[in-house]
Design a protein around this ligand. Structure first.
Ligand code: GLY
Ligand code: MN
Ligand code: MN
Length: 441
């Protein structure tokens, strides 16, 4: 394979420069890396870097702190990182240390973590606005307050502290919403591997195979490509597909039922998010196919609606219309389609929205509305999921008997471009004949 795609260091620098520009000369931003999180006693959950911190630095280690101080005489980017520590590195692995933070991660200045309480107040001094992620992590809020108070304590020396705080999200998340060419390479790579994993799970499906075993095939395919699941894999056989965030995965798949898999890999922090629904033993029944074709038509209509300048809800409206028409044709709803949509009758079987932004977070950051409250408009470089579904849970009193236990969702990842929607996840079939052909091989 050719060299795996990466975000070049120049791009991280450009992101920080854009944030510095948005902050202005009187602003300063503090961005925290994630902490390790205990799983049990002295073992930790696998570490996953904070997405904002990763976006700005690419720095992979826990506990670090980025301070971005526009116009600072010694450079705008300061990183506080774990010190080099031979003993800890023998046990836990490599640390970049302050030198590595400067040499490899674009820091103008870098300090060990123990310097935080002395150096950080200096970086806040005589600035007016401090931006950080407000109110998400109480410990981080407390630390920022402590550093602000340390600056205030120097008032008699003529030093002034920032008197305004600003949510970092408002500056940073509009940037993250638009993916660069390098980010798109990573997202395509995550999408391709995820599609391959779904194809493998379809081929491995058979009555008696457990949900857990299909998840194992998916995760093995991710791991072979040096990727992790981007979120908790869902494998739901039969009526379990009607539980939207089904996580148990224990059941054996039953002949004659459908299986829904919602799984995506994460590559260098960037997520894919794919759902496919297929017949456990390779052939759709007439009822399953009838419902499937409605969901597929809704998904295709929604993808067509992913056009530059369309409003955020256009794909959802398109999916809702096709699903509601289909529910009437299937006999699951009765009445005039417009009136049914107006009443929300389709939500008996389609109870979620059609998608979400996708990027460093599977439910990625970025607003869905404009400042005036209207839905935001789709623009080139955005990536979203399109994932309509129909769920006929057996215990739903509205479920027609012949569809009981059928749950279907089809989810693709779509890049908004001036040339129309680019489906990143086309590597796994969704046409029912193509699914049957793949499973027959
Ligand atoms: N996998 C979570 C979602 O589809 O939103
Ligand atoms: Mn999704
Ligand atoms: Mn999903």
């Amino acid at each position: 394979m050719s060299n795996p795609p990466r975000i070049p260091s120049t791009e991280f620098a450009a992101r920080r420069a854009a944030l510095a520009k948005a902050l202005g000369p009187s602003g300063v931003a503090i961005v925290f890396a994630n902490q390790e999180c205990t799983r049990s006693r002295d073992t930790e959950y696998p570490f996953r870097q904070d997405s904002d911190f990763r976006y700005l630095t690419g720095f992979p280690e826990p506990e670090a702190v980025l301070v971005l101080a526009p116009g600072h005489a010694e450079g705008e980017t300061t990183l506080f990182v774990r010190p080099k520590d031979r003993e800890r590195e023998i046990w836990d692995g490599y640390r970049a240390g302050p030198e590595g933070a400067q040499a490899d991660y674009g820091a103008d200045r870098a300090f060990p973590l123990e310097a935080l309480d002395t150096e950080l107040p200096k970086l806040l001094a005589d600035r007016e606005v401090v931006a950080h992620t407000l109110g998400v992590n109480a410990e981080q809020d407390r630390r920022v307050a402590g550093w602000l108070n340390a600056v205030r304590a120097q008032a008699r020396n003529g030093v002034s502290a920032p008197n305004r705080t600003l949510g970092l999200d408002a500056l940073l998340h509009p940037m993250r919403k638009h993916k660069s060419a390098a980010e798109m390479e990573l997202m395509r790579h995550a999408a391709e591997v995820s599609a391959r994993a779904h194809c493998r799970a379809m081929r491995e499906s058979a009555a008696g195979v457990t949900e857990y075993q299909l998840a194992a095939h998916i995760h093995h395919e991710f791991a072979l490509a040096d990727m992790e699941p981007a979120y908790g894999t869902i494998v739901g056989g039969g009526a379990n597909a009607c539980v939207l965030h089904y996580i148990e995965r224990g059941a054996p798949l039953a002949a004659g039922t459908l299986c829904l898999i919602d799984a995506g890999a994460e590559y260098q922090g960037y997520a894919a998010d794919i759902t496919r629904t297929f017949p456990v033993d390779g052939r759709f029944s007439a009822e399953q196919r009838a419902v499937y074709e409605v969901v597929l038509a809704a998904q295709q209509a929604a993808i067509e609606a992913v056009q530059v300048g369309a409003d955020w809800l256009a794909p959802h409206r398109a999916a809702t219309r096709v699903l509601t028409e289909g529910l009437v044709a299937l006999g699951a709803l009765e009445g005039d389609v417009d009136a049914l949509i107006e009443q929300g009758a389709q939500t008996r079987f389609f109870m979620h929205k059609t998608g979400h932004w996708l990027g460093l977070d599977v439910h990625d950051v970025g607003s869905y509305r404009e400042a005036d409250g209207s839905w935001t408009t789709l623009a080139p470089g955005q990536v979203l999921t399109i994932e309509p579904g129909l769920y006929f849970a057996p215990d739903n009193p509205h479920t027609p008997e012949r569809f009981a236990g059928i749950g279907i969702r089809i989810e693709d990842d779509v890049h908004v471009t001036a040339q129309g929607p680019e489906v990143l996840t086309a590597g796994v079939p969704k046409d029912p004949d193509e699914i049957e052909a793949l499973m027959a091989r």
